[in-house]
Design a protein around this ligand. Structure first.
Ligand SMILES: [Zn+2]
Length: 209
């Protein structure tokens, strides 16, 4: 989806190229909207790194008007019905990534876009560790930004890569430096869409309760 040809990616990092499986049937202001994220760590991320990454992702999404309630899974907090307002995000290993959708070796994650309300995404922890080796940002900040990026895909829908900000399809050194400075955000139009789409999910979720 969306990233340019490999030849155009010198010195840059594709954030995700996936995408997905589209069902045949598928077709302000920053008022706060609430989304729940069930987070599954299959990579053995340390508690400190995971906590910081969630904070980073929360700050990015909250700045756009979307508040996040996290649940570390599996746990009793992950019980109960899923639905449009409950996302499932996995932090997976390189080995697990090989078993998933076919993506570039340098891909950093993917979101499975299917139907009106997509809910499943994954980020590749080994890619966060790879990027950390450039000494431009720490793994926690990179992982958190990757989480916000993939959650962005789920909430924004198809064709959600941008030429600027956190939804850039390719991250170069300047983007990684922006992550380190805490300056990687959604654009204003993206923020409006995030809030509108999240509100629509909440309404749809309430309708089936
Ligand atoms: Zn992406």
């Amino acid at each position: 989806m969306v990233v340019g040809p490999e030849s155009a990616q010198v010195g840059t990092m594709p954030t995700c190229r996936l995408l997905l499986v589209v069902l045949a049937s598928s077709s302000f202001c920053t008022a706060s909207s609430q989304i729940r994220v069930r987070l599954y760590d299959y990579s053995g991320v340390s508690a400190r790194t995971l906590a910081r990454a969630k904070t980073v992702a929360s700050e990015v999404l909250e700045a756009a008007g979307v508040n996040v309630t996290w649940a570390n899974c599996p746990s009793p907090n992950c019980a109960g019905p899923a639905g449009p307002a409950v996302l499932q995000v996995r932090i997976i290993s390189e080995e697990m990534a090989r078993l998933g959708p076919k993506v570039s070796r340098t891909c950093m994650g993917y979101a499975i876009l299917s139907g009106q309300f997509s809910t499943i995404a994954a980020v590749f922890y080994h890619r966060a560790l790879d990027l950390e080796k450039g000494n431009l940002a720490g793994r926690s900040e990179i992982l958190g930004t990757m989480l916000a990026h993939e959650i962005g895909h789920l909430l924004l829908g198809k064709a959600s890569h941008s030429t600027k900000g956190i939804m850039r399809g390719i991250w170069g050194d300047q983007d990684i430096k922006a992550i380190a400075r805490g300056r990687m955000w959604f654009t204003e139009p993206e923020a409006r869409k995030l809030v509108a789409n999240t509100t629509a999910r909440i309404v749809a979720f309430a309708a089936v309760q």
